[in-house]
Design a protein around this ligand. Sequence first.
Ligand code: AMP
Length: 504
Amino acid sequence: MNLAVWLERTAAVAGERPALLHGETVVADYATFHARASALAAALGRDGVKPGDRVALFMKNCPDYLVALYGIWIAGAAAAPINAKLHAKEAAWIIENAGAKIVFVTPDPGAALAEATDAEPIDISTDRFLAITDGPGRVAEPRTPDDLAWLFYTSGTTGHPKGVRITHGMLMATSLSYLADVDTVSADDAALYAAPMSHGAGIYAPVHVLGGARHLCPKSGGFDADEVLDLSEDSGPTSMFMAPTMVRRLTDRAKATGRRGDGIRTVVYGGGPMYRADIEEAVDWFGPKFIQIYGQGECPMAISALSRADVADRAHPRWRERLVSVGRAQSVVEIRIGDPDGNALTPGEIGEIMVKGLPVMPGYWENAEASQKTLRDGWLMTGDVGTLDADGYLTLQDRSKDVIISGGTNIYPREVEEALLTHDGVHEVSVIGRPSTEWGEDVVAFVVPAPGAAFDPAALDAHCLARIARFKRPKAYFEIRELPKNNYGKVLKTALRKILEERT
Ligand code: AMP
């Protein structure tokens, strides 16, 4: 079944309901959303796009993102959404790798693309786009669960990104799992696209189409904490996906302006490690609105979930311990902690997180070598390291390449970072290993001091001594104004290692 059938059905029974909003303005009801997407699908067909072909999207968040996405699916083609913050050359590489002949763009960042690629850009702000979404429509091309729906280019902190093959079946599994394990969706709800639609926020579009919810695209086309607070207040009950750094910024801003996030029903957070101090502060300020998910492009949004109650229930004896976990396996997957050969370890033992189930990818796009390394006997080798407890709660350590081995002992940077973040003078911190002739590696910390706070390594050392084992304490502290991050807000430890080389 084609995933776009959910749009056909919602449009058939609730065509008059508001579907797409730009800021607070309704720009399409469900009937119009469907009519425009299906007209676009027909136009793509006339342009020679065949089922299975790829069509790229290099767009900021906007309502027409969804018109283009569903148009591509109705045509039976697959979308290759590209992060709007990428350089035109990086986007051109992805377009070429995906073999896309057409790319939908917003003027920013699309204008820079023209010289970088041979693919035909179609600007959604032009009359041409209006015309091709205004013609006669068509029904959705029949698709099987194994057919490609989305080429998801991993953020890749090094080298070229890899295209994860996300199928119609995987997106349906992720959507149904959202309803089973994450949250409910009703026609009164609004899905706010605060995070890039090319990533997790877009993966959650289908479940909100299925539920007939409103799709709210901020006018800024990106993340702006004030805008999120304003829009939710006016449009609630509002749900959104956020990376942990966005939650941090939202809390800071809300506290500074005395706003409690009225209208926000749910913030699903994930995509990177959330520090305990940050989520505690967010729940203290906003209330029980937070649910965590753990996923990766290779199993989109659907590995584990930490429920609203688990995040907020302070009375539970294991609340603190669970708060730093990523929750339990979502309904559609099995999780195993594996030794280097992939054999299952017992609860409490640390190993690679392996995942099997309906939302796991069949492989990367035209990269058999990487697919073979990542998929073993149907298990996805996530490259993440963690432990499962006896109740099935999964806790992530650091990615294997980030683990610091000092004097033969593994030190997980996250644990040191968590300890440092409880110090008032620390705004952000990232911990890495520094080559050491004596120990193999030493622990060092890069610290962004809190506004107005002095950078005081001696105080930080005393703080660590009171909280974590001596051997885990950073041997050196470096002050830094801003941590290097990729486009999704993940700290680039490779870049930090370079900065360290330069400074020492
Ligand atoms: P991507 O494929 O770009 O979405 O990146 C996925 C990676 O982000 C995972 O393999 C994890 O390392 C990390 N990640 C995702 N969700 C979480 C989470 N809830 N907590 C910690 N790390 C996460």
